[in-house]
Design a protein around this ligand. Structure first.
Ligand SMILES: Nc1ncnc2c1ncn2[C@@H]1O[C@H](COP(=O)(O)OP(=O)(O)OP(=O)(O)O)[C@@H](O)[C@H]1O
Length: 565
């Protein structure tokens, strides 16, 4: 039998003597497991066939660490999937739940949040009450899971490695931590897809949600948005409610509805923008007292916040929600005004206090005395790049009418993603935001306004340090070494950029590491005049930049937590 884990590197046999049980040792052990990139590549090559074994294998791993799937029902899961916005929606849900008052019979709940990927520390993926789990908790539970897998080596799927691949291991660890620490409710963000995702071994959820759908991971999930919708709706559970964002492409919503009926979902809510979030000020965060300023910036966050509000309403309507919290669900009528009167104070505060690092995040470096501001967003699809550039250009327009600061765009993408499509999406959005009309034309006129928008464009690898070192908690070794040494992707990106904007005055640069890029940008800022630097294209790149910003004291650890610093 060929199993999905058969493709594992076999490195799970690495032994860690009892003396080597520190947090750093745990990170080394974790990094010895098969990486997500290798797993995705193996699945892609199999044309998705290996997915058939995904759930039975994951259940077996869970049993080998001492749990049955029914134990997971104790977590009262809110399960979130989608192509874009799953992480942000999960962060909104988390923040909303943390505003609620415990019911008299209930102790103060510990709200759990499981997400991926992480920005600078793997602990960010497993949060309790908004804070990444501590080094101590992570280390203790990590080795327990590790040892239980060694102590129970028998496998039905005889080709399954002793220890699972990276993402599965972390999912098992999250389950173990949440169950051991009495955490619930738990917001579970799907890794990829839904139906076959490691998180989908949970037999029951309190409510399941689908955010914006689109084309991503097509080799695994299907080539059309309809096929992708079916995979995502695979997290729906019988007799549990579900929530889905309304404005889906193609006939994706029809497929979601079909699966909901097939599965026996108790109530499917199709959610559009909440009446209280319709005003422009909400998206732009202009601090108008009557409008909500979402804690996560960008027009697209109105989508995610609306889905989150309905997920929390469904949770509060459930038996688990009623037992846990005093508040009841609160839905605004569609005709409610645009102000915040249709939101309760806890809803408003939850939306305003939400934080989600690395997504449309602004990091000023005033403390270092430089006029340098970093704009970080891990967008890596055409749609999300369009959203990201929409956010950046709107920020720039609001900031000044006259042009003072230098504008730098730092970009990388993983091999195999289309450089032409991604960079076209960037330029199309800039052109549109500057009032250009020519998005359908070709040649020089196509980007008449956008072509000189950035003073400099830098294509960099995701390698953290000069000399080739990687930050130990960043598993971004996505390309083979030959490509990295030759800067294959970066050269391809630079060529594509030059083809798209012939005659542009923008300087195009390639750097071999994030550190080299960071040093260059800091040097530019030191010359004075102010620099606005947008980093996008890859969450791994953004994570690497954040690691440098932490090291240089411009970003403290608390900014990686989802709790207001
Ligand atoms: N509703 C949305 N519509 C379009 N793009 C979005 C939406 N929400 C987020 N994005 C874009 O996607 C990026 C990732 O956001 P987020 O982490 O919330 O989504 P995700 O589904 O978890 O994505 P990923 O798989 O990249 O982690 C954001 O930086 C933003 O550029």
């Amino acid at each position: 039998m060929t199993t999905s884990a058969q493709v594992a590197s076999g490195s799970s046999s690495v032994g860690f003597a009892p003396a080597l049980r520190t947090y750093d040792d745990a990170i080394d052990a974790l990094n010895s497991l098969q990486s997500n990139a290798a797993t995705i590549e193996a699945l892609r090559k199999s044309g998705g066939r290996l997915l058939d074994f995904a759930i039975p294998e994951m259940v077996e791993y869970l049993e080998r660490i001492g749990y049955s799937t029914s134990d997971l029902n104790r977590l009262n899961v809110i399960h979130v999937t989608g192509t874009k916005g799953k992480g942000s929606t999960s962060a909104f849900v988390d923040s909303l739940l943390r505003q609620l008052t415990p019911a008299e019979s209930s102790s103060k709940p510990k709200v759990g949040l499981y997400t991926s990927p992480h920005m600078t520390s793997v602990r960010e993926r497993i949060r309790i009450n908004g804070q990444p789990v501590s080094h101590e908790l992570f280390t203790k539970y990590f080795w327990e899971v590790w040892d239980r897998l060694s102590e129970n080596p028998d496998r039905k799927f005889d080709l399954t490695p002793l220890r699972p691949v990276y993402f599965r291991f972390l999912t098992l660890l999250a389950f173990h931590i949440f169950l051991s620490e009495g955490v619930q409710p738990v917001i579970l963000e799907v890794g990829i897809g839904g139906k076959y995702d490691s998180t989908n071994i949970v037999p029951k959820c309190v409510v399941a949600g689908i955010t914006q759908l689109g084309l991503d991971h097509t080799a695994i999930l299907g080539n059309t948005v309809e096929e992708i919708a079916v995979q995502k709706a695979g997290i729906f559970k019988p007799q549990a409610p579900a929530v889905c964002w309304a404005q889906q492409p193609g006939k994706a919503l029809d497929e979601v509805k079909r699966i909901a009926t097939e599965v026996g979902v108790s109530d499917l809510q199709i959610v559009d923008v909440h009446p209280a979030l319709r005003s422009e000020e909400t998206a732009l965060g202009t601090n108008n007292r009557n409008a909500v300023t979402l804690g996560l910036p960008g027009a697209h966050q109105r989508t995610n916040a609306s889905v989150a509000l309905e997920l929390v309403n469904a949770y509060l309507d459930s038996e688990a929600g009623r037992a846990m919290f005093k508040e009841t669900s609160h839905r605004a009528s569609a005709s409610a005004d645009n102000g915040t009167s249709s939101l309760t104070p806890w809803q408003r505060k939850g939306l305003e206090d939400a934080r989600w690092p690395g997504r449309c995040q602004t990091v000023p470096t005033a403390r270092s005395g430089l006029g340098l501001t970093w704009y970080l967003d891990g967008a890596h699809t055409t749609d999300s790049l369009s959203v990201c550039l929409g956010w950046f250009t709107a920020r720039q327009q609001r900031q000044s009418t006259g042009r003072a600061n230098k504008r730098i765009f730092v970009f990388n993408c993983t091999n195999g993603r289309s450089a032409h499509e991604l960079l076209s999406s960037v330029l199309d959005t800039v052109e549109k935001s500057l009032g250009g009309q020519n998005s359908s034309s070709t040649g020089e006129s196509r980007y008449a306004l956008a072509k000189d928008y950035f003073d400099e464009v830098i294509f960099t690898t995701n390698i953290t340090f000069e000399g080739g070192g990687w930050s130990s908690e960043l598993t971004s070794k996505l390309l083979d070494d030959k490509d990295l040494v030759n800067l294959t992707v970066q050269n391809q990106l630079a060529e594509t950029w030059k083809e798209l904007v012939p005659g542009s005055s923008t300087e195009v640069r390639i750097t071999p590491s994030i550190q080299a890029m960071h040093n260059h940008v800091v040097e530019l800022a030191q010359k004075g005049g102010g620099v606005d630097c947008l980093v996008s294209g890859s969450l791994h790149l953004v994570g690497g930049v954040m690691a440098h910003l932490q090291q240089s004291g411009c970003l403290d650890d608390s900014l990686v937590s989802t709790v207001q610093p």
